[in-house]
Ligand binder design. Structure first.
Ligand code: SF4
Length: 367
């Protein structure tokens, strides 16, 4: 099995027990070398031996747990875009295209921060527009920080003028302007979605997020001014150093925003990722995350729609994000036992003594 994708920027080790080879990072160019090896090799072992010699290809049987570096393709290869459009996908018939690759920001929890592969590489507006085929009615603009493209409002307006419905994968609150939100509304947006990230100003600063109270207030005002149905905010809880006071600040502030426009909160527990400044930060614990979620729900009752993802499954995500090959193989055990959370917990807990003996305290068990 050959694997790859965004996961490789952080931690592909849980896949090591399943994949014969893993292409690390941007495969746009490297995939051609990999396919040449696979076509010409006389046997699987010969193919793996040859793949292990390629830069940026991780072959677990040859490399153990030592990962090769991440590939970066030349800028001329950008952007990636849909080769196939079909109604039989989640984003039915949508033409997906990158507006840029990478990011110029430095959020401390993020794998795609500016230190990764040289930061943001922009796709010129003209190049992007010429690549969108005539007759396409749905366009998805994709990238780590799509709204940071300096011509983003012009791109959205140009596509809207071609009768395209436009979707963006990420909007940063400090990039929202009257012109941009107006363009989004013309492009079919009914909900303005952006990231609040931390529950309090103190935590947002500690994450090195540029989103501030004033940007979120402005986002709410722009959503109302342009007739959006609601403002949806993504938020993490269970962050390092977080206390109930941060949650209370969040409830008070979101209540204030709800006086401007209806608010929906999408909440995910924080899971530290490898290859980030917050790598190895502990998981807050299932009990703590659930208590904070309840506190926020109580504080916002009747004022905002609060939806949180499961703290239990976030803990599973955390173990895999921080884990290695044995955690990956434990997933197989859990799935074979039925795949419930209890099955995962049992499979991971069975690893804990071995991990402690090896003095590799990679994860804190949930409670
Ligand atoms: S703006 Fe988004 S992509 Fe960029 S560093 Fe922050 S979280 Fe990552």
């Amino acid at each position: 099995m050959l694997a790859g994708g965004p996961l490789t920027f952080s931690n592909p080790l849980p896949l090591a027990g399943y994949a014969d080879a893993i292409v690390m990072g941007e495969a746009d160019e490297l995939i051609h070398d990999v396919l040449s090896v696979l076509e010409s090799a006389s046997s699987k072992s010969a193919a793996l031996a040859a793949l292990a010699q390629l830069p940026h290809v991780f072959v677990p049987s040859a490399h153990g747990a030592s990962l090769p570096s991440i590939a970066k393709c030349s800028d001329e290869r950008l952007p990636a875009y849909s080769a196939i459009r079909t109604p039989d996908t989640e984003l039915s018939n949508m033409f997906l295209i990158e507006t840029e690759r990478g990011c110029s920001r430095a959020c401390r929890y993020c794998v795609m921060r500016r230190s990764t592969n040289g930061g943001m590489r922009l796709v010129p507006k003209e190049r992007l527009l010429e690549l969108v085929p005539e007759g396409v009615t749905k366009v998805g603009l994709v990238g780590a920080a799509v709204s940071d493209h300096p011509k983003i409002a012009e791109i959205v307006r140009a596509l809207t003028a071609r009768s395209c419905h436009v979707g963006l994968s990420s909007l940063r609150p400090d990039r929202l302007s009257d012109d941009f939100v107006g363009a989004l509304r013309e492009g079919g947006y009914r909900t303005l979605t952006t990231a609040m990230d931390g529950p309090s100003e103190r935590l947002r600063e500690s994450l090195e997020r540029r989103a501030r109270i004033k940007h979120l207030q402005r986002a709410a005002e722009l959503a109302r001014a342009h007739g959006m149905k609601r403002l949806k905010l993504y938020l993490m809880i269970g962050l390092p150093s977080e206390t109930d006071a941060d949650i209370d600040e969040c409830a008070a502030f979101v209540s204030e925003l709800a006086g401007i426009v209806p608010i929906a909160l999408g909440i995910a527990p924080f899971c530290a990722k490898r290859n980030t400044p917050l790598d190895k930060s502990p998981f807050a614990g299932i009990t703590t995350v659930n208590a904070r979620l309840d506190r926020l729900r109580r504080g916002l009752k009747g004022r905002a729609d609060v939806r949180g993802t499961s703290a239990r499954w976030a803990w599973v995500e955390y173990v895999l994000a921080q884990g290695g090959e044995v955690e990956g193989l434990a997933v197989r055990e859990a799935v074979l036992r039925g795949g419930s959370f209890a099955d995962y917990k049992r499979a991971f807990e069975a690893l804990a003594p071995a991990r402690a003996t090896a003095k590799r305290s990679l994860f804190v068990l949930g409670s």
